[in-house]
Design a protein around this ligand. Structure first.
Ligand code: ATP
Ligand code: TZP
Ligand code: MG
Ligand code: MG
Length: 269
């Protein structure tokens, strides 16, 4: 995986304009739809258990996000996830806040066992808690944890048989055998709610067009991080509000030139 392959994947997203079915949280719905549109994908949010299977089957990817979970929605997520599995549609999971409450932790584990995931993306605490490791978490933000994030990601990938992306200042993505470290992004991403959730949906857009899900996830991480760096340059001094808008613009404009110049993706151990 290198910058050129990430550029190729971005071109595929923009050409194919894949439908990304999101069952996500109420905080980030609008930002997620706008971010996917800016990137070049086609978002749809559909939640009713009566329609989620039909929508998931025709989508390029299904994104499940438990940020503001409730039992009705969780039931719909599992119906959608199983339908996507049957239709060969990749399922991307964001276990928002796993570890913060027992209900969230149990739900994250239930979804990960009921549905074959293609990618799970979260902070270190969320991934750790989803696989039964302890790691402290405060609400939906990663707490202090000890331990090696690369080892945690590999362990989760093997246990859940999926690609795992753990994000933070640096991002780690692995299928349990091959690992990449991505050193892009900007601290202002931590001051805009939903930037993690949108990233999970952006991984969905890439997984819809690139069958190698490890490459798809790595491409999404590097492009997202480069877009954040561009946005910070254009509007960062103003603060999170201007950054949020500049970031949507950067997802729309980011291209081969910036990715080859600023992309920092490395093979890990
Ligand atoms: P958390 O709740 O822990 O913030 P999250 O779900 O919001 O988790 P993040 O880990 O914040 O997800 O990842 C979202 C994006 O922000 C990723 O592209 C990541 O690389 C980037 N990011 C997070 N922290 C930093 C940082 N300190 N510096 C640069 N980029 C960052
Ligand atoms: N509360 C429940 S979901 C949510 C909040 C604040 C959004 C979390 O978004 P992200 O992308 O993890 O920062
Ligand atoms: Mg964050
Ligand atoms: Mg999150």
């Amino acid at each position: 995986m290198n910058n050129q392959e990430a550029i190729n994947a971005l071109q595929m997203v923009r050409q194919a304009n894949p439908l990304v079915h999101n069952i996500t949280n109420v905080v980030v719905t609008n930002f997620t739809a706008n971010g996917l549109l800016a990137l070049g994908a086609s978002p749809v949010m559909a939640y009713a258990k009566e329609e989620v299977a039909d929508m998931a089957k025709i989508a390029g990817a299904l994104v499940l996000n438990i940020g503001t979970l409730n039992p009705t929605e969780v039931e719909a997520m599992i119906i959608a996830g199983k339908a996507a599995n049957e239709a060969g549609v990749p399922v991307i999971f964001d276990p928002v806040g796993a570890g913060a409450t027992p209900y969230r932790t149990e739900t994250a584990r239930n979804i990960a066992s009921a549905v074959q995931l293609s990618v799970i993306r979260g902070n270190a605490a969320e991934i750790a808690n989803t696989i039964g490791e302890s790691w402290t978490i405060k609400g939906v933000d990663a707490g202090e944890g000890s331990g090696d994030v690369v080892s945690l990601a590999k362990k989760a990938a093997k246990q859940l048989k999926t690609v795992v992306a753990i994000t933070g200042k640096e991002d780690v993505v692995t299928d349990g055998n091959t690992t990449y470290i991505i050193r892009n992004g900007h601290p202002l991403l931590t001051k805009v709610t939903g930037t993690g959730c949108l990233l999970t949906s952006v991984i969905g857009a890439f997984a819809a067009v690139e069958r190698d899900v490890l490459k798809a996830a790595a491409a999404a991480l590097v492009i997202y991080g480069v877009a954040a760096e561009i946005a910070a340059k254009n509007a960062g001094d103003e603060g999170p509000g201007s950054f949020q808008i500049a970031f949507l613009d950067a997802l729309f404009r980011v291209g081969a030139d910036e990715i080859s110049r600023y992309g920092r993706i490395e093979r890990g151990e």
